[in-house]
Design a protein around this ligand. Structure first.
Ligand SMILES: [Zn+2]
Length: 189
């Protein structure tokens, strides 16, 4: 009888140890899920129909015939009031019409800046309406405003309506602008 009780006790001790180990492992898994930050770097186009008015880089200057200028973003064709969606998930770090003091950083009119989860800054310019606010978390594909022709556009006025998208990496300066299409296309391949 005593031997039987000893065996039962030993079995219960082993079972309790195994249960404790499983429980500890589960806690570790749950903790790692809690602490793991899932970074979403996916991108999507900010307009429904993707047509480019002016690409990034050296282009004929629309303001000065015969001259070449450097375009720091991609201009997408967009009519007044067309919905503009955020290309990435992130946080709105600016919305309004103020300009930085940089000599390059002007003419955007109503614009929005979103810092995405990969620390890139996306700028959406010449809007007719802003539909988000500073500090707001936005998701990729979420509507943030309506297209328009605020700021400096060519041709002037309604005919110049488009969406200027700028992508800044390694800091919020136009000097850090890269071709947004390189990121949009990279994801497609
Ligand atoms: Zn532009």
């Amino acid at each position: 009888m005593r031997r039987f009780l000893l065996r039962v006790t030993t079995f219960l001790c082993i079972a309790a140890s195994v249960a404790l180990m499983i429980s500890m492992q589960q806690d570790a898994v749950i903790e790692s899920v809690k602490t793991e930050r899932v970074v979403d770097c996916r991108v999507s186009y900010p307009v429904r129909a993707v047509l480019i008015n002016q690409p990034f880089g050296k282009n004929p200057d629309p303001a000065t015939p015969g001259k070449i200028h450097f375009h720091y973003g991609t201009d997408f064709r967009a009519g007044v009031g067309d919905p503009i969606t955020s290309s990435t998930s992130g946080v709105v770090i600016y919305s309004g019409r103020e300009m930085n003091k940089s000599k390059y950083d002007w003419g955007f009119g109503l614009h929005i800046k979103v810092r995405d989860e990969c620390d890139r800054i996306w700028l959406y310019a010449h809007l007719s309406r802003i539909q988000t606010e500073i500090g707001k978390q936005v998701r990729r594909g979420e509507r943030i405003g309506l297209a328009g022709y605020s700021g400096l556009v060519f041709p002037f006025g309604k005919a110049g309506s488009h969406l200027h998208v700028e992508l800044r990496i390694k800091g919020d300066s136009i000097k850090n602008a890269v071709d947004p299409m390189s990121i949009y296309k990279e994801q497609k391949s």
